[in-house]
Write a protein that binds this ligand. Sequence first.
Ligand SMILES: [Ca+2]
Ligand SMILES: [Ca+2]
Ligand SMILES: [Ca+2]
Length: 215
Amino acid sequence: MPLKEYRRNPAQQHGFTLLEMAVVLVIVGLLLGGLLPVISGQMDQQRRNETRKYMDEVRDALLGYAISTANKRLPCPDSNGDGTAEAACAAQQVGTLPYKDLGVAEKDAYGSVLVYAVTKEFADGTTHFTLNTAGAMRICTTAACTANLTSTTAAVIVSRGANWANTPSADEAENTDGDTDFVSHDFVQNGYDDMVIWISPNILFNRMVAAGQLP
Ligand SMILES: [Ca+2]
Ligand SMILES: [Ca+2]
Ligand SMILES: [Ca+2]
């Protein structure tokens, strides 16, 4: 008795049906859609970490600049974008980081030059500051500045972060409006991504005394 010949149903010989393909595409789409925010979030966290490290270097470079015998003061901000500090900052306290004078990288991980502000008495190359010099800039927790973390900073550096397509929030706008108030608080998704570091006069005094540049 011959074996029954096995034959596939011709209808079963085709590849995937359009419906099957559609289901696969939907699943792939869902997987990618779920992964993209995760990847994007990780990339942003990496940029924040890199920027934080860069800002710590900048802070060290500012302190090193101040304790050097050639300077004995902080640099004035750069106000014309050439990377070098202006000679005097009597009227101009807020500008960008004089990265060339400090010998640090030009930009943060977001591709921006840091905002840099200094209490002008700490950057005066004629009178030089003393152990009695007071900082004048406030680090606030809101744009209205009804509460502040400190009101006596010698210098402030700010990374504007990704900056949400160049439409800063009210708190972020406070960090670039040229006055002596700055806002620092936790990251808020699509709201506030600035990173703020400041130099207390007391830390500056400590380094200056340790280096023999004060009193
Ligand atoms: Ca300049
Ligand atoms: Ca920002
Ligand atoms: Ca301000």
